[in-house]
Write a protein that binds this ligand. Sequence first.
Ligand code: TXA
Ligand code: MG
Length: 344
Amino acid sequence: MQTETLTVDPKNPQPELIARAAAILRAGGLVAFPTETVYGLGADALNAAAVGKIFTAKGRPSHNPLIVHVTSLDRARSLAAAWPTIADVFAAKFWPGPLTMVLPKSNEVPSVVTAGGPTIALRMPAHPVARALIDAADTPLAAPSANRSTQVSSVRAEHVLRGLAGRIEMVVDGGPAWDGLESTVVDLTGPRVVILRPGPIDAVMLADALGYEPTSRDVHATEDDADALPSPGMLKKHYSPSARVELTRDDGRTAALAAADDGLRVGWLPLADDISTSSDANLVLPVRVIRCAMPRTAAAYGRRLYDVFHQLETAEVALIVVETPPRGPAWAAVHDRLSRAAAT
Ligand code: TXA
Ligand code: MG
């Protein structure tokens, strides 16, 4: 199959172009599209055969459930068998946006979407292209991140093509994703809210809405334990570039230079004040070291991380040395993705 790239205006996607992408989805095909977090790989969530193709294209294990994307609260409610008050509170505060809510699933949803489980993950994206596509297809879209299973999520259309060219019908190119990291996933099925995956909506923002600190489940586990996980996508080895990733306490220069001395091609990610002028007059690096300066604020760091990982994969580095960023609630998503990338 030839994968078509369809370039649209990210802010005002052209209806006649969106209609072409929507027609593929209506016919049971796969279309990758930008959201505010990362690119998603969409299929009609109510078409079991179409959803099945997502698992094949990604090489995703069938026990890992998908997020379903909607544009209206009524549609979200109709896909859940129960809708607690807190879901309304979160929806009012964070939707449309990068929050995914896990709720009991309604019978309307084919079981392939939820990997046979009793719950469904729901999200209302904010990105105009995602919204236009859902509306034009006139159906909820099941969409995991648009990358091969266990690899780095895509934040540009070209990243999607690196992993999925020839395996999906179309990628809608709406420019870079905004947040650069996947949505926060919260479990609302228990008596207290649990964060299953940290993301752009951090624990402090959730606590403000809730009136108490949500629990963060430490869901790091190995592949073998996958079935036992509350959120099966939370395998320890996930979101990883093919290069080895090493986190350092210092700025990482010594480790990067040592590896280059050993003949390796290395990506080096130190924190820097101004990433636009990342060249440093007294910094003479061997050609084998690619320096990618990283921002000191969490949101900007998150926006850049996967983009840098993809660049370094293209450059075929063997090692990525990362200066450990600061701690704190706003940094939880970055630390989560870095520690998964570094897991062996
Ligand atoms: O930002 C995002 O969330 C992106 C965009 C495309 O929306 N999507 C995304 O999907 O990251 P994916 O499939 O790569 O990650 C979804 C995560 C996985 O960890 C999955 O296990 C978890 O959500 N998940 C999905 N359904 C679930 C459920 N019913 N219960 C618990 N976890 C669930
Ligand atoms: Mg993913």
